[in-house]
Structure formats: structure tokens, C-alpha cells
Design a binder for this molecule. Structure first.
Ligand code: DP6
Length: 366
């Protein structure tokens, strides 16, 4: 556990809090991300069973600010508001999370934190918020460390530690600390890739895939009947587990090539295979279940027909839920959007969809 040991070693250095007067403040806006190669199944504590690859979204993000001041009494202490309101459930969760990462941030024992968080997307829109929320929080925490001790001045180290800390809150959040494409989990063809933290993709992506558009079609905003955590757990002892981890590794090998060469056909094949395999795993797990609904399937059918008929680059992926992420190129935006409005909106709950795209990653709120 290379990074865990490295970050734990900070302990000695950080034990002594630099006492300061007054209140300081930090804030980060951090995006959600959409995985093309899916993380599904963990081992040990928050380590992935296979490598995953995603791109950062642009308009779906969380903004978190932390005001912090020195207190002499030892122990985690915080107030948490979500979208302007005190939220005790979230506060309890954040409290548990902060306690669990004290070995990496011992100085938190001596600070009171006033955390304010809000999302750009409605809470009940069916968009997974754990990636943006946990990455925004993790970025604030590494910023506080750097502010107090100057230990993370190196940009690469800063974001690596943010990714490591975000991962401990939610696996997919590890990938949200970077813009563009990022990879979490060791893969032989991606140098520097690691199970403990995500890294930027680092390989030149063909221009075709540099400005991907992502229309998120909300077919249902109901909360999931089976959580992602439960879904990951169901991979333990799953009859397809080993085959799945091998498939993910092979799909990663292929998508790296497709992203580099601009091979659209292969890209589509891999991305749809990953999305449908994720949901097939759920159906084939103990007490099999599906999160997909009939409108998810109608949209998928429509996408495949339209692509065939118009010979255009158009594909989809799915999160752990029934909403469809429609992927297409910026150059086709007006055409696709028109078709989407006329043919697909009717499958969305209250006509709800989010016009998102590949984004440039987190930014500091000043
Ligand atoms: C289907 O990151 O939400 O979106 O680590 O338990 O918080 P936890 O799980 P989470 O799982 C995301 C699963 C996924 C695929 C992906 O984003 O890679």
C-alpha cells in the first residue's frame, strides 16, 4: 500500500497543528463523472477489482466550501448544510468519513469545520452525486492541509492525495479530481495507474473524442432500490466475477487503442458492452434485480436504430440506474438535440434531461 504508507507518514509532520487566529475558508467546485469502463466490485477497503475509465462532466457538479477555525478540544467537530439547510443525515455521514481518515489528516482533530455544500443538479434527478460530493470535500481537505502545512505545493501530489482521499469516501469520486479522461485501477497499458488513486488518462486522445457531448436522459428520479454499495457487495461470490474482471481489463486495453486512434466503431462496441454488462451483472447476482425500466430500453433501441439509419456517431452508457447517458460529437449537437427533443423527451420523467459534456475538471472557488 504505497500511497497509504506515504500519506500516513505525514502523520508525524502534521501532528503539530499550526495554531492560527480567526476563520479561514476554502472552496472547490468538483464535477460528477461518467464511467466508460465500469468499476463494479471491490476488495479490501475501497480498492477496485478492475480498472475503470471515465470522463469528467461539465455541468453536473458539487460546490463545497469549508470555513475552519482552530479549537483546542481534541476531536472531529463540524456543522453541515446542504443547499442552505442543515442536514443531519449528511452531517453524520461526513462525521464518520472524517473520523475514518484522521490518520491522513490528524490536524482535523483541532479544527471546527463549517461545511456548506450544494449541487448544480436537482437532488432527486437520479444523477449520482457521490463522485462530485466526495471529490469536492476531499479537495477542500487537501487544500486545508496545504494551507496549514504547505505539504502539497506540488500539483501532481496535491491531486493524487485528493484522489486517494476521495476514493475512501466513494470509489468513483477518485476519478473526479481531474478534467477530461481519468483512470482508476492498475492496468498494464497505462503507466502510473494504481488501485489506490486515480490518475489523468495521460495518453493523447484523438480529437474525435476530445469534446464528447453527454445528454443525460432522466427516465426516473426515484431513489435506487439497490444501492451501489450493495451492488458492489453482490459481486463477492458472483458466478461471473472472474470473467467480469477479465472482461473489464480487456475492454480497457481496447478502449485505450480506440481513444488514441479515433476508432469510433470499436469505441461504441466497448462502451455499450460495458453499460449492458454492468446491468447484466445485477440481473445475474443473488436475488437478481434490475435498475432499468422500459423507457431505458426504448431509448437504447432508438439510439441503435438512429445510428444505423443516419450513419452518425451516437452511443450510450448507463450508470447504476435507469437514466441513459447519450454520447455524441459536438459537431452533431444541433442535429442530435433536435432528434432527441422530438423522439426521446417523451421517455423522460417530466421531460427532464441534462445537456452535459466532457469537462475540464474541478476548480477552486475564490
Ligand atoms: C456503476 O463509486 O458509487 O457508477 O465506492 O461504494 O461509493 P462506492 O461506489 P460508487 O460506484 C460507482 C459504480 C458505477 C461505475 C463507475 O462509476 O465506475
Amino acid at each position: 500500500m504505497k500511497f497509504e504508507n506515504l500519506y500516513r507518514r505525514d502523520y508525524g509532520k502534521l501532528k503539530q497543528i499550526v495554531k492560527f487566529d480567526g476563520v479561514r475558508k476554502v472552496g472547490w467546485r468538483s464535477p460528477s463523472n461518467i464511467a466508460l469502463i465500469k468499476y463494479w466490485g471491490k476488495r479490501d477497503f475501497q480498492l477496485p477489482q478492475n480498472p475503470s475509465l471515465s470522463f469528467a462532466l461539465s455541468k453536473s457538479f458539487t460546490e463545497t466550501t469549508i470555513q475552519y477555525y482552530f479549537k483546542s478540544k481534541n476531536g472531529i467537530s463540524l456543522d453541515f448544510t446542504f443547499e442552505g439547510n442543515k442536514n443531519e443525515l449528511f452531517e453524520k455521514r461526513v462525521n464518520g468519513y472524517l473520523n475514518s481518515i484522521l490518520d491522513f489528516f490528524p490536524f482535523l482533530n483541532f479544527l471546527h469545520l463549517k461545511i456548506e455544500s450544494k449541487n448544480s443538479f436537482p437532488h432527486s434527478s437520479g444523477i449520482a452525486s457521490s463522485a462530485s460530493a466526495m471529490s469536492a470535500l476531499a479537495l477542500c481537505l487537501v487544500s486545508i492541509e496545504n494551507d496549514l502545512f504547505g505539504t502539497l505545493k506540488n500539483k501532481k501530489f496535491f491531486f493524487e492525495k485528493a484522489s486517494f482521499i476521495a476514493r475512501l469516501g466513494s470509489g468513483s469520486a477518485a476519478r473526479s479530481v481531474y478534467g477530461g479522461y481519468s483512470v482508476w485501477g492498475k492496468h498494464p497499458n497505462i503507466s502510473g495507474s494504481d488501485d489506490e488513486l486515480a490518475i489523468p488518462f495521460g495518453i493523447e486522445v484523438h480529437p474525435k473524442f476530445q469534446n464528447l457531448q453527454n445528454a443525460i436522459l432522466i427516465t426516473s428520479s426515484e431513489s435506487k432500490k439497490v444501492s451501489s454499495s450493495k451492488g458492489h457487495q453482490l459481486m463477492e461470490g458472483h458466478s461471473y466475477a472472474n470473467a467480469r474482471y477479465e472482461q473489464a481489463g480487456n475492454n480497457m486495453t481496447s478502449i485505450v487503442k480506440a481513444l488514441q486512434s479515433g476508432d469510433e466503431e470499436n469505441f461504441i462496441e466497448i462502451v455499450e458492452n460495458e453499460a449492458l454488462s454492468l446491468h447484466a451483472l445485477m440481473m445475474a447476482s443473488k436475488m437478481g434485480f434490475t435498475l432499468l425500466n422500459e423507457n431505458t430500453w426504448r431509448i437504447i433501441d432508438w439510439i441503435r436504430h438512429y445510428r444505423e439509419e443516419k450513419n452518425v456517431f451516437l452511443t450510450f452508457t448507463l450508470d447504476a440506474g435507469p437514466n441513459v447517458h447519450v454520447l455524441y460529437k459536438q459537431a452533431d449537437k444541433s442535429k442530435i438535440e433536435k432528434a432527441l427533443r422530438s423522439d426521446l423527451i417523451r421517455f423522460c420523467e417530466n421531460d427532464k434531461w441534462i445537456d452535459d459534456q466532457l469537462g475540464s475538471g474541478p476548480s477552486l472557488i475564490t
